[in-house]
Design a protein around this ligand. Structure first.
Ligand code: NDP
Length: 330
């Protein structure tokens, strides 16, 4: 029997948490032969609700689930974790200034970083989902200096999957036949969903999405804004933000990172930039990556046209501003 892997989920009593923990316990994140121990953290006002989630996990009798800790103690939550999925964050409420929200999240991520630094496994892999995801991840990186910087990432896989979904709907092809879209930059409305390198598997081999869609105008306008604004559209329809698709994307992100991306396929991940593609180093920016043996690597050498360049820089600019704001809150 394999040793269990310990997975921390913060903000676990929230909407995404409720969708995510059963997926993890079923093996959708780490594989159907990998036992898991779940550590669920939330804040005091959510403690009762968190207990309820733990009761349901027990009642679901998941064969792979070897233990459940539900706690409001960050030290207990971080103890020996191998994978940390950070959903907990302060939501932006009506009338709040950006700076106020940032300041709340900076202090949350600073505290949780220190707990991970001290108590998590040395090679712990971290995925930040809570918004502003890229900048929260950057704060976490700053305050957990012993966790390798390559181990700290943020979620843009939901945006990536949304882009695949839009192409599949447009072309009426199966979504699993579409691959290699890219989300560049921030997980915000400035993100740039790029289809210039995306392909569809057809009975005649791989075909570029640009060739199959043929409608450049749609690709350059409506496609991009639909992906950028999809979160808002879901809130409008559901009166709640996306949760099942966010949870599913978090599983995809960790699964591909740990178990590897299929040959010839890349995915989008928010990772620590090293200056490639002309993106300032020291930001958490979403890039196309391939993963192998638990490590991601940015796909190199893709041609960037002027249209893309402008959009990639715009979202980088926003991240530079967010970083400044976050640093001023420290
Ligand atoms: P959700 O579970 O719906 O969302 C959790 C976080 O993920 C939010 O910050 C949300 O940002 C973010 N997010 C990122 N991408 C997406 C996406 N594509 N769709 C939806 N959300 C996305 O929030 P809940 O309010 O239901 O739950 C949050 C939990 O966190 C609560 O249980 C709360 O008690 C806990 N919490 C923990 C704190 C801490 O650890 N100190 C502090 C505050 C709350 P956005 O808000 O922009 O939608």
């Amino acid at each position: 029997d394999k040793e269990p892997v310990t997975v921390l989920v913060t903000g676990a009593a929230g909407q995404i948490g409720y969708a995510l923990v059963p997926m993890i316990a079923r093996g959708l994140m780490l594989g159907s032969n990998q036992p898991v121990i779940l550590h669920m953290l939330d804040i005091e006002p959510a403690a009762e609700s968190l207990k309820g989630v733990k009761m349901e996990l027990i009642d679901a009798a998941f064969p792979l689930l070897r233990g459940v800790v539900a706690t409001t103690d960050v030290v207990e939550a971080c103890k020996d974790v191998n994978i940390a999925v950070m959903l907990g964050g302060f939501p932006r409420k009506e009338g709040m200034e950006r700076k106020d929200v940032m300041s709340k999240n900076v202090s949350i991520y600073k505290a949780q970083a220190s707990a991970l630094e001290e108590h998590a496994a040395a090679d712990c892999k971290v995925l930040v989902v809570a918004n502003p995801a890229n900048t929260n991840a950057l704060i976490l990186k700053e305050f957990a200096p012993s966790i390798p910087e390559k181990n700290i990432t943020c979620l843009t896989r939901l945006d990536h999957n949304r882009a695949l979904g839009q192409i599949s709907e447009k072309l009426n092809v199966h979504v699993s036949d579409v691959k290699n879209v890219i989300i560049w930059g921030n997980h915000s409305s400035t993100q740039y969903p790029d289809v210039n390198h995306a392909v569809v598997t057809t009975s005649n081999g791989h075909k570029p999405v640009r060739e199959l869609v043929a409608d450049d105008n749609w690709l350059n306008t409506e496609f991009i804004t639909t992906v950028q604004e999809r979160g808002g559209a879901i809130i409008k329809a559901r009166k709640l933000s996306s949760a099942l698709s966010a949870a599913s994307a978090a599983c995809d992100h960790i699964r591909d990172w740990v178990l590897g991306t299929p040959k010839g396929t890349w995915v989008s991940m928010g990772v620590y930039s090293d200056g490639c593609y002309g993106i300032q180093s020291g930001l958490i920016y979403s890039f196309p990556v391939t993963c192998d043996k638990g490590e991601w690597n940015i796909v190199q050498g893709l041609k960037i046209d002027e249209f893309s360049r402008e959009k990639m820089d715009k979202t980088a600019q926003e991240l530079i501003q967010e970083k400044k704001l976050a640093m001023s809150c420290l």
